[in-house]
Design a protein around this ligand. Sequence first.
Ligand SMILES: [Zn+2]
Length: 89
Amino acid sequence: MTKKSPLANLRIFEHFPQKDKCPICGTNDDVACILVGVDGTNTHGDGDIEEALPVHVRCLCDYKLARINQNVGVVYFKLKDRVTAQGKT
Ligand SMILES: [Zn+2]
């Protein structure tokens, strides 16, 4: 039996849309990205149609930005501009 890679269903785009900015790093650097669904935009309730934003794969792999909130039950990423802002205060 062949094992299916956990990444098999991940659709990776080689180019980042230049009109958008990655919500984590705030740039539109032209590197690989994935589309991430936006909370509250699935108006049909079926999960098939919703708004999505491009996010760099490199940003999703930055362990320094990744966090888990066990109370809320979410995995999330700190936004770099906010990390920098917090560091300056
Ligand atoms: Zn990014």
